[in-house]
Design a protein around this ligand. Structure first.
Ligand SMILES: [Zn+2]
Length: 152
C-alpha cells in the first residue's frame, strides 16, 4: 500500500519503477503545486502509469491520455531524463524532473477537467501546451527557477 508524507490516499497512480516514484514524491515535497496536482490525479478514478522512457527529439516528457465515452479513463506519463540537458539548452532555462513532471501533471489533470466540464476531449479541446505551461510555471516559481515563458 502506498502512503505519502501528505497522508493522501493514492490508488489510481502507479509507478513503473521505484526510481520514478521517488522522483514524483520528491516533486510533491519540493513544490506545493506538484503535490496538489499529484493528489488530484491520485484521487481521480482514472488510472495512470508514470514511467521513465525514451522520447523522440529533445522531448523530456509526454502524457498519453486515454478516454472512453467522453471521459478520461487514464493514461501514461513518460519522463525521459536523458533529454533534460539538451532541453535546458533549447529553452534557455533549467529543465529537470520536477519541471517536467509538473508540466505533464498539468496535461493530465487539465484533460480530466476539460472532459468532465465539457463532456468531450479532442484536438481542439484539450489541455494544450499553454495550459500545461501554466502549471509548470507555478512549479518553477515555487522552486525558484526561471519561468518557461513570460508569466501569464
Ligand atoms: Zn506539454
Amino acid at each position: 500500500m502506498f502512503t505519502d508524507p501528505f497522508g493522501l490516499k493514492a490508488d489510481t497512480v502507479e509507478y513503473a519503477s521505484s526510481a520514478v516514484k521517488k522522483g514524483a514524491e520528491g516533486c510533491a515535497q519540493a513544490s506545493k503545486t506538484c503535490a496538489q496536482q499529484l493528489s488530484a490525479l491520485q484521487n481521480d478514478p482514472s488510472k495512470w502509469l508514470v514511467k521513465f522512457g525514451s522520447l523522440p527529439g529533445h522531448r523530456t516528457g509526454n502524457t498519453n491520455t486515454q478516454g472512453y465515452a467522453n471521459q478520461v479513463t487514464g493514461g501514461t506519463i513518460t519522463i525521459d531524463p536523458s533529454h533534460f540537458g539538451v532541453a535546458s539548452k533549447d529553452l534557455g532555462v533549467t529543465v529537470n524532473f520536477n519541471t517536467t513532471f509538473g508540466h505533464e501533471l498539468g496535461h493530465a489533470n487539465g484533460n480530466i477537467e476539460i472532459a468532465n466540464t465539457t463532456g468531450s476531449l479532442g484536438p481542439m479541446n484539450h489541455c494544450d501546451e499553454k495550459c500545461a505551461n501554466i502549471v509548470e510555471n507555478k512549479v518553477r516559481t515555487e522552486l525558484g527557477l526561471p519561468l518557461l515563458t513570460p508569466k501569464p
